[in-house]
Design a protein around this ligand. Structure first.
Ligand code: ATP
Ligand code: MG
Length: 390
């Protein structure tokens, strides 16, 4: 195999600081692009093959993971579902930011719920399920609408069952009669009739100071994020502060460094935490065009010990996920104030292929541009904008 980077000298000793990212998907790619302008190199780790890769062109690098760990100033991750040994080795270097405890809280819904309860942070009423009997009991208490989730390895709505009727309950109980609960306990959550979903992205710098982006409103299709609006419509200082209090309490408890995303359900004035993500997050992609400093750059700044800055906005921004479809036409890309970010992956159903950030000065201007964007999207994606433009 030919390696683009033919030796350690090129990549490790060129005078730039190095940050290693565990994972090599689009989040690592966008961290790489943001870090480059800071003069920081990024090496991504393919967590399945345990090798180092360039996260943009996926070239395998002629450096092993241990050597990269030894040379870097910080290690961070782009996803939570990492092999235990890799995580332990990273943690043992003392350079992993955020640390293994934070990654565990994002990876395992049971650990996450325990963390939220220990901090008295409101979240969905739930039960831990170790058997079909537990599920029967939980459905009696939490029903008639329950969402069942695997405790680990879930993302983009995978690893979930919706139990919305006695009939669903009977068929899912039957389906789970041979399920290995010992290997994978489940969580049954009461289904919340929320008004909307919002998320808060905060960054904790190396000195422990917290910085926040404005709240984002999120829309889902098939359990997957399809559209974000920022700042969240009708955001108020009160709501923003409430979310920040929750964020601060979690970040302090975890001794956090970097971007921490918190997904919330808004029910009136109440905020319930749905889940936390100890990393940069899809609902923060709008910051690439909406803020002076994107979540990717600020995450790298934080883990590298640099100043975190530029988190405010005077724009109205929409982020449209480009899911399961080939690269959009030049016509779409030519729409003014519309920015395509393409991840260069092969097309697959439900796969996040890229996203489009639409930036405007006013809500009316945003609506006008979104209408134009909608008219150029394939039907499977245009329908996701129907809720916000007519
Ligand atoms: P992602 O990776 O996209 O964040 P995920 O697979 O980790 O998703 P969740 O965030 O737990 O899973 O759930 C996906 C979506 O399903 C939520 O954003 C929300 O729309 C819906 N959902 C999850 N839990 C509940 C609940 N208890 N009540 C109502 N809706 C829920
Ligand atoms: Mg989620």
């Amino acid at each position: 195999m030919t390696h683009k980077f033919s030796g350690n000298a090129d990549y490790l000793n060129n005078g730039n600081d190095l940050v290693v990212v565990l994972g090599h998907g689009q989040l690592a790619r966008m961290m790489y692009l943001a870090a480059s302008q800071l003069g920081i190199n990024i090496i991504a780790v393919d967590a399945d093959r345990l090798c180092c890769v360039n996260p943009v062109d996926k070239t395998v690098l002629a450096v092993d993971v241990e050597t990269a760990f030894a040379h870097c100033i910080a290690i961070t991750s782009e996803f939570e579902h990492l092999p235990k040994e890799l995580l332990a080795t990273a943690q043992a270097t003392g350079k992993l930011r955020p640390g293994a405890n934070s990654i565990a809280a994002g990876a395992d819904r049971i650990v996450e719920k325990q963390l939220l309860s220990s901090l008295s942070i409101p979240n969905c009423t739930h039960r831990i399920i170790h058997s079909v009997d537990d599920l029967t009991e939980a459905y009696k208490t939490l029903g008639p609408k329950v969402i069942l989730k695997t405790s680990r390895d879930g993302y983009d709505g995978y690893g979930q069952w919706r139990i919305f009727s006695e009939r669903d309950f009977a068929s899912i109980s039957n389906e789970l009669s041979t399920f290995d609960f010992g290997h994978m306990p489940l969580i049954a959550e009461q289904c919340i009739e929320f008004e909307r979903e919002i998320s808060l992205l905060g960054i904790t710098d190396i000195k422990g100071k917290h910085h926040y982006y404005p709240l984002t409103e999120n829309h889902h299709g098939d359990g997957q994020l399809v559209l974000s609006l920022a700042p969240a419509p009708n955001n108020s200082d009160e709501l923003q502060n409430k979310a920040q209090q929750i964020h601060q309490s979690i970040a302090n408890e975890l001794n956090y460094v970097g971007v921490l995303a918190i997904e919330l359900f808004q029910v009136g004035d109440t905020l319930l935490v749905n889940e936390i993500a100890p990393r940069v997050h899809n609902s923060g992609h709008w910051t690439q065009q909406g803020c002076q400093v994107s979540q990717f750059e600020n995450h790298i700044r934080a883990v590298a010990g640099l100043t975190v800055t530029g988190t405010t906005t005077d724009k109205q921004v929409a982020m449209v996920n480009y899911v399961g479809e080939a690269k959009p036409s030049k016509t779409l890309q030519a729409i003014e104030n519309t920015h395509l970010h393409w991840y260069d992956k092969s097309v697959r159903a439900k796969r996040k292929m890229g996203h489009i950030n639409v930036v405007a000065n006013t809500v009316t201007e945003l609506q006008t541009t979104l209408k134009q964007v909608k008219s150029q999207l394939p039907e499977s994606l245009a329908k996701n904008l129907a809720k916000v433009v007519d």
